[in-house]
Design a protein around this ligand. Structure first.
Ligand code: ATP
Length: 783
């Protein structure tokens, strides 16, 4: 019933008046418009090419002014040409036919701005269409500035997405146009005011098709996500176009379009305020698989340059050189992700100063002995410890404290050498002190001592040091219990003493935290190459103290970009507290969009993660949205999944499925050879459905499952239960549900994710632990 309501609310589809003749005529009318748009685009491409040519000719003049002008023109024309070429395919997809508006004002895109119809637009259930707008991926104006195509992100396009039969505004008919290259293939209409007899140019307004949404949802899937630009629904559009101020939080069950909405929002924000978002938009995704699945969507919307889509395991690539896609076992992941790790790491960065250096002696030097004023001066172990503690006071990054420690050592040596007593005149004393410092700091003994006593630490080195049980238990005292210390140390033993070796996804957040705790010491600046333009103008001589040129600064900022203008977190329920800290550091000055579903969280302690999220977002005000309709799963699959939801999160509501296939999920029971059973089920589905098949297995069975299905078909993908997050397939086989549920404390939620990946068919294959009934239904999925 809920599914039916959802359908009614969003889609009022084609009426009985359709016939083949009407359809052909309507396709012909759209073809006519598309031809006109292409002619205009070709004209524009010629203009852009002419501009490029002209710009190149101007470049031959060779003065600095002409050079700059040429660069600007070439850049503009290049961007223009590139956009036109890239977006030439299938860029016109929609049309709305509108009643007369309340006022006669037009916006910059040439369309009337009024949302509500004029009082006399409808007379006794009859009305004329006053305005027709075509919607596409970019806006195109005719030579006389009438809009041929409105950009989907422009305000005038909003009614295409927002109008519903309950609140139609001015929209009478919404049409989705399907085209390939330059050919219109079909049209699908929704009638928003079915009670009206509307006319267009004096003839009745025809309605064709069953509605675009159903047509889009029924299509077979591929291994990459499609954009939904032609069928965004009203509740989704509200999120996409929400003002970017502060934090926009979006919750919704599986398949409600959260990922799709997040990606379209990135494109929308860039369209709205490209200058503001020149600082970059970061999209954080839980897995590299989901990154690969979604990264084609933004280019299809004409956006990519300003947006970085990164898996949470590769987020610190720029900072700590770390990237990972392997998972720790749940107990270890729980330790590494917990905010308790912060305390351990704080101790570790200080303690690691004393850890044996690779290839060096077992501990830090116990004494420092130098020669000053012809006599030996010495600091013993106690004095060195006191100086170390004094230098380490406070919370400043450890590597950045090295100069301070060095100064304290010199102070102590100076005082022991009797220097302060020898000079009463302050000026002489200062001179003598600086000579003293210079003598000592150039001695090899002192340089070697400092390197050993206060080595410059890298995040990987500290992580490597934590693989020693005894050391780690000191640093984790009263924070982790002895078992946790052993588990953590064992997992880090993959790293050598320098910290080199394979990392897990959770290690990356630790490295990023360590980098903050250690600080990056200032390096001597590279001597910069002379800019030929500077040489020309003599600027270099006039401004010798200028630290870096504008070009250098731009290059440096691009390299160092860790602070984004907008941060979008997909599958936000899965970020651990330590990952929230890592993401938070990249959005200190950003506005945020956060999408997620607590019912799909694979993190064991959602309350702790929520606290870390609050800390990352600070006191910024939040706007909350909820998506309520499941566009992915047919009702039959959604209903089965809701049984696991009731166990995993009692009381949580399932989203309403928007369609039904009439095909119930299939239950099968594995024979003695699990692999052969899985292969049999997959072969069955390959014959039955077009498109992709996802086989979701317990994490521990990934490798063997790949063997089971070897050589079957490129349409088949094997996934560990944690990797299925965010993805979807035409059909899925979920293998051994009980084993998936038992794998971690969040196992039931992980199983819920696995059961909600299919768009057409679902097969549940019971394994040893599932206790299936006579119909093959496993214990966990029975009523
Ligand atoms: N308005 C729409 N028109 C057409 N297809 C849509 C629409 N909204 C969502 N979909 C489709 O529904 C499917 C689910 O969308 P998406 O993956 O964004 O959902 P989600 O909420 O992120 O799901 P999950 O939480 O399970 O990861 C996708 O195939 C998407 O293209």
């Amino acid at each position: 019933m809920a599914a039916q309501n959802a359908t009614d609310a969003h889609v009022a589809s084609g009426m009985a008046m359709e016939s083949e003749g009407v359809r052909d005529r309507e396709i012909g009318a759209e073809q006519h418009h598309l031809d006109r748009v292409y002619r205009r685009l070709e004209e524009k491409i010629h203009e852009a090419e002419f501009l490029m040519d002209d710009a190149a000719k101007r470049g031959q003049v060779g003065t600095p002014g002409a050079l700059a002008e040429r660069d600007a023109q070439v850049f503009r024309a290049g961007v223009h040409l590139n956009r036109l070429n890239n977006e030439f395919e299938d860029f016109l997809f929609g049309r709305i036919d509108l009643l007369l508006g309340k006022d006669g004002k037009k916006g910059p895109d040439g369309a009337y701005t009024s949302v509500e119809p004029a009082d006399d637009a409808v007379r006794e259930d009859r009305a004329d269409i006053a305005e027709t707008l075509h919607i596409g991926r970019i806006g195109v104006l005719d030579a006389d500035y009438t809009p041929l195509v409105i950009d989907w992100r422009a305000p005038a396009a909003a009614p295409f997405y927002r109008a519903t039969p309950v609140a139609p505004g001015r929209v009478v008919r919404r049409r989705v146009i399907r085209s390939k290259g330059r050919k219109v293939l079909g049209v699908e209409d929704d009638l928003l005011r079915p009670e009206l007899t509307a006319t267009l140019d004096g003839t009745a307004l025809p309605v064709v098709g069953d509605g675009a949404l159903m047509a889009a949802l029924g299509q077979a899937r591929s291994h990459t996500m499609r954009d939904i630009v032609s069928s965004i629904q009203a509740e989704q559009d509200l999120v996409i176009r929400a003002p970017a101020a502060s934090v926009t939080e979006v919750e919704g069950g599986p398949g409600t379009g959260k990922t799709a909405v997040a990606l379209h929002r990135a494109a929308y924000l860039l369209y709205q305020d490209r200058r503001r978002y020149a600082g970059g938009i970061l999209i954080v995704s839980p897995t590299p698989l989901l990154v690969a699945y979604t990264e084609g969507v933004l280019p299809s919307l004409g956006e990519e340059g300003q947006v970085a889509i990164r898996a949470v395991g590769s987020l610190a690539e720029d900072a700590a050189g770390a990237s990972a896609d392997t998972y720790d076992e749940p107990a270890v992941a729980r330790i590494k992700g917990s905010s308790r790790m912060l305390k351990v790491l704080r101790k570790a960065v200080r303690g690691a100063l004393d850890a044996p250096r690779p290839g060096g002696p077992a501990g830090p030097p116990e004494r420092l002995r130098v020669v000053a004023f012809g006599a030996r001066v010495e600091l013993d172990a106690d004095e060195l410890r006191r100086i170390r503690n004094a230098a380490l006071g406070g919370t400043a990054p450890v590597n950045l404290l090295r100069p301070r420690a060095r100064r304290l050592i010199l102070d102590a040596l100076w005082s022991k050498s009797g220097g302060p007593k020898r000079y009463t005149d302050p000026e002489l004393a200062a001179e003598a002190r600086s000579a003293f410092d210079e003598d000592i700091t150039t001695e090899d003994v002192f340089i070697d001592f400092l390197d050993a006593w206060w080595p410059e630490l890298t995040p990987r080195r500290v992580l490597g040091c934590m693989s020693d049980d005894r050391r780690l238990s000191r640093w984790a005292r009263r924070v982790l219990n002895p078992r946790e210390v052993r588990q953590l140390a064992r997992s880090l033993a993959r790293l050598d003493e320098r910290g080199n070796g394979p990392l897990s996804v959770h290690d990356v957040a630790l490295l990023d935290e360590l980098e903050t705790l250690l600080g990056v010491p200032a390096r001597p600046r590279k001597p910069r190459e002379l800019d030929p333009l500077d040489q020309l103008t003599g600027l270099e001589e006039l401004m010798p103290s200028r630290a870096e040129s504008r070009r250098e600064r731009a290059e440096r900022l691009a390299e160092e970009r860790r602070d984004y203008a907008h941060v979008i977190v997909d599958e936000a329920q899965d970020l651990t507290p330590m990952q929230w800290r890592m993401v938070g550091r990249r959005g200190r000055h950003a506005t945020w969009t956060i999408v997620g579903d607590p019912a799909q969280s694979s993190w064991s302690d959602p309350d702790e993660a929520a606290a870390a999220r609050d800390e990352a977002l600070g006191t910024r005000p939040r706007r909350r949205f909820r998506l309520t309709v499941n566009y992915r799963n047919p009702a039959e699959i959604a209903e089965l999944a809701s049984k696991v939801l009731a166990l995993a999160m009692p009381g949580m509501e399932s989203p309403a499925a928007v369609r039904s296939t009439g095909v119930e999920p299939r239950f099968a029971v594995a024979g003695a050879d699990l692999g052969a059973s899985v292969r049999g089920e997959v072969e069955h589905l390959l014959a039955d459905v077009e498109g992709t098949i996802g086989v979701v297995v317990p994490m521990g069975r990934r490798a063997e499952a790949r063997g089971w299905l070897e050589g079957l078909s490129g349409r088949v993908v094997v996934l560990g239960s944690l990797e299925a997050k965010g993805l979807e397939y035409d059909a899925t086989v979920v293998v051994s549900p009980a084993e998936i549920a038992d794998e971690s404390p969040a196992g039931l939620r992980v199983l819920y994710v696995a059961l909600t990946r299919a768009t057409q068919r679902l097969t549940v294959l019971s394994g040893e632990r599932d206790d299936p009934d006579e119909l093959g239904v496993p214990d966990l999925l029975r009523d």
